[in-house]
Design a protein around this ligand. Structure first.
Ligand code: CA
Length: 223
């Protein structure tokens, strides 16, 4: 995990750098907004920690520029200001979180961890269970490396199952998610669709992933 710290107070920058390096993060430091912008645009960081008051380009403007350039790297803003308006300005500019100076290092670390976790979840576009995978960007499903062709509804159903692994899903929950609230759950349409999906996902394999829960609905899990 690589983190860029943009902070002009050298003592504070060193304090953050040392602390993060002790936690095994790789840390680069820039002491003004322009240098920070150059590094943030040129390198792939997992997180940016930006001070608001910076020489050459302040943290708010820097954040706006990065977001305009479609850099979605999580940003933690460090601010000496404590009024609500300033916090709102920080978040409005595109920052993900802020921390008011002075702060305890433990709190900085907790926020860093939380932002990195969030970023990792957004990046992992592939949902998996056993040897089944679904790429939520390309909409391709594969089992044991072989592509499975899915209709739009089957795709939606499979994605819903994968996002709720190990969770028993009632027919009502499934129908609300896939068809919206207008759907009449008295029909067996859900069962029909689940069976179509099973034929494609499970029938040719020894390990079953979609299981019926009698009287309730379905669950996707490894046995
Ligand atoms: Ca400053």
């Amino acid at each position: 995990m690589r983190i860029l710290v943009v902070e002009d107070e050298k003592k504070v920058a060193r304090f953050i750098q040392r602390g993060l390096e002790e936690e095994h993060y790789t840390v680069d430091v820039a002491n003004d907004g322009e240098r920070g912008e150059m590094l943030a645009l040129g390198q792939n960081y997992d997180l940016l920690i930006l001070d608001v008051m910076l020489p050459k380009k302040n943290g708010l403007d820097l954040t706006r520029t990065l977001r305009q350039q479609r850099k979605s790297t999580p940003i933690l803003m460090l601010t000496a200001k404590t009024t609500t308006e300033d916090k709102v300005a920080g978040l409005d500019s595109g920052a993900d979180d802020y921390l008011t100076k002075p702060f305890a290092f433990a709190e900085l670390l907790a926020r860093v961890r939380s932002l990195l976790r969030r970023g990792a979840q957004e990046k992992s576009a592939v949902l998996k269970i056993a040897d089944l995978e679904l790429d939520t960007v390309t909409h391709k499903a594969k089992r044991a490396g072989k592509v499975i062709d899915l209709t739009i509804k089957e795709y939606a159903l499979l994605e819903f199952f994968l996002r709720n692994k190990e969770r028993v899903l009632s027919r009502t929950i499934i129908s609300e998610h896939i068809w919206g609230n207008s759907f009449d759950t008295g029909t067996n349409l859900i069962d029909v669709y689940v069976n179509h999906l099973r034929n494609k996902v499970d029938s040719r394999f020894t390990r079953t992933l979609i299981h019926t829960v009698r009287g309730v609905g379905y669950v996707m899990k490894e046995e």
